[in-house]
Ligand binder design. Structure first.
Ligand code: 6GU
Length: 237
């Protein structure tokens, strides 16, 4: 997979070369390009924004600079992802979809956003997705892009050590993951639940599902209200 990111703060994206995406880069699974939007300015002030038509606070990013940038960075076969609090929610399903793409381009806006015509124009030749990572407002898209890339890259086959690791993730079956334990068996007067020591894999799987369901009911009842919750190992028809 190839990922390109355009930002006026390219240094913000440096952590992507560490950790899991960094390992995927080292192993040749991922190619990463980080681009400074100001490289596409033509004026001496290298300005990327201007005041909004219709008035109001803040600044809007200029279509001419973004347009030339995307002409260079975003080929027709890429998926153009625009991080914005006004986008559709990014979920595990989005990460799974992104992980099957061969080329993702992320366009990070700042200020009050990017001139809408940039995306209307890009949509004439590429698929454009405006995506939000939650109901809160960030200063710019960079941190949101890092979250989306981490969620996406770990799903690419061969990136995680253990191929099964993400099949048991919270959300992949519609409920949260339950608690985990390791040695020692007794710690500060607290014991590991005996079922986990039983060696009975069916009982352990059923217990884990119950724990996940209880956690979901307590913390995220909204996930159970939806139509796509898995029945789990002890309810299968
Ligand atoms: Cl994707 N971008 C920005 N700037 N703010 C956000 C967001 C994205 N998702 C939630 N808040």
């Amino acid at each position: 997979m190839r990922i390109d990111i355009v930002s006026i703060f390219p240094d913000y994206l440096a952590p992507l070369r560490l950790s899991l995406p960094g390992k995927a880069i080292d192993r040749g699974i991922l190619e990463l390009g980080v681009h400074d939007l100001r490289s596409w300015t033509r004026d001496v002030h290298r300005s990327v924004d201007d005041t909004p038509y219709g008035g109001g606070p803040g600044m809007v990013m200029r279509p001419d600079v973004w347009g030339e940038c995307l002409d260079d960075v975003c080929p027709d076969d890429a998926l153009l992802v625009v991080p914005t609090p006004a986008g559709v929610p990014f979920t595990q399903a989005t990460a799974e979809e992104f992980s099957t793409e061969s080329h993702l381009v992320f366009a990070c806006g700042r200020y009050e956003g990017i001139d809408q015509r940039v995306f209307d124009d890009a949509a004439r030749r590429v698929r454009v997705r405006e995506v939000s990572i939650g109901d809160f407002v960030l200063i710019g898209g960079e941190v949101a892009v890092m979250a989306m890339i981490e969620a996406t890259v770990r799903l690419i086959p061969g990136v995680l050590g253990n191929n099964e690791s993400h099949e048991q993730d919270s959300f992949s079956d519609g409920i949260l993951e339950g608690p985990a334990y390791t040695r020692p068996q007794q710690w500060r007067g607290l014991s590991v639940p005996p079922v986990l020591l039983s060696g009975d894999h069916a009982r352990i799987a059923a217990w884990r599902h119950e724990q996940g369901l209880a956690r979901t009911e307590a913390l995220r009842p909204d996930l159970l209200a939806g139509p796509t919750v898995s029945a789990g190992p002890d309810h299968t028809a």
